[in-house]
Design a protein around this ligand. Structure first.
Ligand code: ADP
Length: 918
């Protein structure tokens, strides 16, 4: 049994300096212990100073040496009575006070009837030998632990450490043992492994983190945890040890990294005799040293694996200049990507340079020289030489630096594939240049305003500011920009800034003065950029010069307003409609005619109010519009709600697209119904006037054949009374009667036509018919008055559009006027031969009818006035002054023209009419 498991206390203070080196030496009798024994081995008396250190087992009567004094079982060899023990060296372990044991060596000698037992304290000797044994065990254990830790596989490492902790715990009876290592992470210290005896409380667990508590400890010597002391000094440490005594044993390697061995519920100070601090340092080093090496190894391997993976991922790798061979060694993966067809090997400097684009070689070479000769760090970007071309450039960032000095001087570096970044950079630079160009040539300015305590101060303007406004950044610095904003627009600018700061973006327009003092309208679009904390950093924005558009828009707005008022207030009908006659807009007058509101007009078809014939004509007219001749005017007739007929003078203007396609028609109309009606009434009135005038002539016209017929009948009746009727005679008379009847019938026929109101719809007819009709009506009357009527070339095959009876009336008016002029001339000149000449001519577009007399013509001063209504030179009651004006209206209505001129002999009227294709 090893005594180390008990607590050894010094039994006798101050006795050590006289402690015997060996039992055989002579020493003072008061040293040691002398026990007087009776023959049975009972202790009768005790002497010597150390006798007071003997504990006595409680027993009855005289105490016995073997049973009551000695540690039970400590001296198995000793039995029997003192007489048996003589001649033997006796090693006796006495029970001290409490648990203390006093180790002694001695002998018995007879003293009278009794025996004297002489004993010397050999506790120190014992302790030394125990300690030596313990240290050896400790060494052996440490050695075996170290060996196992060095040999085990990485996977078994935690297990082996745990086993080692168990051994330590059992060997030195430590209830809780743990090994703390510093984690890489920010978690601080971690218990790599923990062991507790089966009957000890669970103080620690493997993997438990213990924070920073071990950070500030002195890692050169063990730290004894004394629960009473630590409680107030280091409460954290105290609680780590469960408010009990313990020991913290450090291990620190050559790099200064520490591992701590924790012994819990372990009164180290009391056990010091068995396991000194240095023993514990040894045990701890045996475990911690190899553990740290292994862990570092693992870390290193993991790191290396990560590095390789990283290098492969990044397309990067190291290179090193090998001084002795003057060659460059490339990392395997770098070599593989740069020289895929070659085995990895060191390259000469030239071979290395040849890897790069010729354009970059000089730069690399000079940078490399500076690195080799002056130790100047190398940092540059270069392209890899790709003789095939075509592929996108591969860019590397090459870094190099000197490590160490003297014999340990190394030149190492990295190459990093930055093709992605570089190509993007080049693209971005190109885009940037394009953008710069674009901005410089556009009426736009990009600006940056720096945020400064709630204000936005100009910090940058694109170069386009100068050509656009003539200002520079300095001109706009500080509050100078506000001064340049139009006073009326400043409030807008302030609001724009407020909105920008509040909502992060803004869009506004205001005027800004340029260097020459003129204001530009700017469209300002800005965005606020914030930092990670959401605080404003700067505003980036764009100014677009919209002066022209704004002013044009203003002009358009004003003119639109004017036109809108014009259109709405116009008494004329104004509308827009599609080629299919659907209205898209109409003003109030049009709506009033169609008995609806202007809002109801869009969608209504104009065709609804036209007769089918009118609609056809209308459509034909619209179809004839072209971009070259977009305007057409006509008088159209409509059947309006609640009215019989309406006549509108209607002007259309076609709007065409770029392809010449008719998009819509804009039209202006005027109601001509009243004019039309009064004109009709006038025509009719004039007709009636002419008729009245002609009544006298007609009486004669009709009377004449009646007289002739009466004469013929009287003569026939007379012959019949005489019975002298011959067939020939009778036939001749009847024929004459018949011809006279026909003559009268013709006159009556024409009178009927003449008296009728004209049809609404125009018809197509041959104008010569009207001429002949007129002659039939007036011819005889004129001739009877001595007026010769001469006709020339009345053959005409073309047609005109209008009302035949109206044209007849025009011709009648002209003939009657001619007759009047001729007859009045003959009143003064009796030899005068009145003559009216009628002629007609036609070309492809027009028909002209001429009525010429040989009267005195018209006074040139009156030429312009004779078409005026009620203009007459005839005596009151005779002239109406309507004939020519009505005639003018009729011809005008037929699309023609009535004109007059003075010829050599007299007045010459011309009726010109357009030829109708239909
Ligand atoms: P009215 O015959 O009732 O006077 P018109 O309008 O027919 O009215 O004619 C207007 C005037 O024109 C006549 O009063 C006359 O002075 C003049 N006039 C018309 N025709 C002739 C003509 N052939 N020769 C001379 N004067 C003419």
């Amino acid at each position: 049994m090893i005594h180390g498991e008990r607590f050894f206390g010094r039994l006798l203070g101050g006795f050590g300096e006289q402690a015997p080196e060996s039992p055989g030496l002579q020493w003072r009798t008061d040293a040691g212990i002398q026990l007087v024994l009776d023959p049975q081995g009972r202790v009768i008396d005790a002497h010597g100073l150390q006798r007071f250190g003997l504990g006595l087992a409680t027993g009855e009567g005289t105490p016995r040496l073997l049973l009551d004094y000695l540690v039970p079982g400590s001296t198995q060899a000793l039995e029997g009575v003192p007489a048996d023990w003589t001649g033997h060296s006796l090693d006796l372990d006495f029970q001290g006070p409490g648990l203390n044991v006093l180790n002694t060596r001695g002998w018995v000698q007879p003293q009278g009837d009794h025996w004297l037992l002489q004993l010397l304290d050999i506790s120190d000797l014992r302790r030394h030998s125990q300690q030596a044994g313990s240290r050896e065990q400790c060494m052996q254990l440490a050695l075996s632990i170290t060996q196992q830790l060095r040999q085990c596989s990485a996977a078994r490492l935690p297990e082996v450490i745990h086993e080692a902790l168990r051994c330590v715990a059992q060997q030195w009876r430590v209830p809780c043992v743990a090994l703390a290592v510093r984690s890489d992470t920010a978690l601080g210290w971690r218990l790599y492994s923990a062991y507790h005896a089966f009957d000890a409380p669970l103080l620690w667990t493997s993997g438990q983190t213990v924070g920073e508590v071990l950070d500030d400890l002195d890692a050169t010597a063990p730290r004894h945890i004394n629960a009473d002391l630590e409680r107030s000094r280091t409460p954290l440490l105290n609680s780590l040890f469960g408010n009990a005594d313990g020991l913290l044993v450090p291990y620190r390697d050559q790099r200064g990294q520490s591992v701590w061995l924790l012994l819990g519920f372990y009164p180290a100070a009391q056990q010091r005799r068995l396991m000194s601090d240095s023993d514990w340092l040894l045990v701890c080093a045996a475990m911690a040293g190899p553990l740290q090496d292994r862990l570092r190894d693992q870390q290193h391997t993991a790191q290396q694996e990560r590095m390789v993976a990283l290098q492969e991922l990044l397309g990067t790798g190291w290179w090193e200049w090998l001084q002795p061979s003057r060659q460059i060694q490339l990392a395997a993966q770098l070599s593989a990507s740069l020289l895929p067809e070659l085995e990895p090997a060191a390259l000469t400097r030239e071979a290395w340079l040849a890897l790069f684009h010729p354009a970059d070689r000089d730069e690399i070479s000079s940078g490399f020289n500076a690195l080799l000769e002056h130790g100047k760090a190398l940092l540059l970007c270069a392209r890899v030489h790709q003789p095939q071309g075509g592929q996108p450039a591969r860019w590397y960032r090459i870094q190099g630096q000197v490590l160490g000095a003297g014999a340990g001087r190394r030149i190492v570096g990295y190459m990093l594939d930055i093709s992605d970044i570089k190509n993007q950079q080049l693209q971005a630079a190109a885009a940037h240049a394009r953008l710069d160009n674009l901005i410089a040539s556009s009426p736009a300015v990009i600006y940056v305003q720096r945020y400064d305590e709630g204000a936005l101060l100009p910090a940058f303007f694109s170069d386009s500011l100068q050509p656009l406004l003539g200002w520079s950044l300095d001109d706009c610095a500080g509050g100078a920009l506000i001064e340049k904003i139009h006073p009326d627009d400043r409030e807008q600018y302030f609001e724009r800034t407020r909105q920008l700061l509040r909502q992060g973006s803004s869009r506004s327009r205001y005027r800004l003065r340029d260097r020459s003092g003129e204001y530009h309208w700017l469209l300002d679009e800005a965005k606020l950029l914030r930092d990670d904390l959401g605080l404003p950093v700067e505003a980036v924005g764009l100014w677009l010069d919209i002066t022209e558009t704004t002013e044009a828009a203003d002009r358009v707005k004003h003119s639109e307003e004017r036109y809108r008022i014009l259109v709405e207030d116009s008494p004329a009908m104004i509308c827009r409609y599609l080629p299919d006659l659907t209205l898209t807009f109409g003003n109030r007058p049009l709506a009033t005619y169609l008995e609806c509101t202007p809002e109801q007009l869009p969608g209504i078809s104009l065709g609804d109010w036209l007769s089918s014939e009118q609609r056809q004509l209308f459509a034909r007219r619209i179809a004839s519009l072209s971009p070259e001749f977009p305007v057409s005017t006509a008088e159209i007739s409509l059947q309006l709600p609640g009215r019989e007929h309406a006549w509108w003078v209607w002007s259309d203007r076609g709007v065409f697209d770029a392809q010449g396609q008719l998009l819509e028609i804009q039209a202006v109309g005027r109601d001509n119904t009243e004019v039309r009606r009064s004109q009709q009434q006038l025509t009719h009135g004039a007709k009636m006037a002419t008729l009245g005038e002609m009544a006298t002539g007609l009486a004669h016209e009709i009377n004449q054949p009646l007289n002739v017929m009466r004469m013929a009948i009287v003569n026939v009746l007379k012959r019949l009374g005489n019975g002298d009727v011959q067939i020939d005679y009778l036939t001749e008379k009847l024929t004459r009667i018949d011809s006279q009847i026909q003559r009268a019938a013709r006159v009556v026929d024409h009178m009927r036509v003449f008296g009728r109101r004209s049809e609404i719809e125009q018809q197509v007819f041959n104008p010569v018919q009207a001429l002949e009709g007129t002659l039939a009506l007036l011819g005889e009357g004129l001739r009877s008055k001595g007026v010769e009527v001469r006709t020339e070339e009345l053959v005409c095959s073309v047609q005109v559009r209008g009302h035949a009876d109206q044209l007849e009336q025009v011709l009648i008016n002209l003939l009657v006027n001619g007759r009047d002029a001729l007859l009045s001339k003959r009143e003064t000149d009796h030899d005068f031969q009145p003559l009216i000449t009628l002629s007609a001519e036609a070309d492809s577009s027009h028909v002209r009818l001429w009525v010429q007399d040989n009267g005195d013509g018209i006074d040139p001063r009156l030429l312009e006035r004779i078409f005026e209504p009620f203009f007459t030179t005839k005596p009151v009651g005779i002239g109406t002054g309507l004939g020519l004006s009505v005639s003018y209206g009729i011809i005008d209505n037929m699309g023609g023209r009535l004109s007059v001129s003075n010829s050599a002999t007299g007045a010459r009227f011309c009726v010109e009419l357009p030829v109708s294709e239909g």
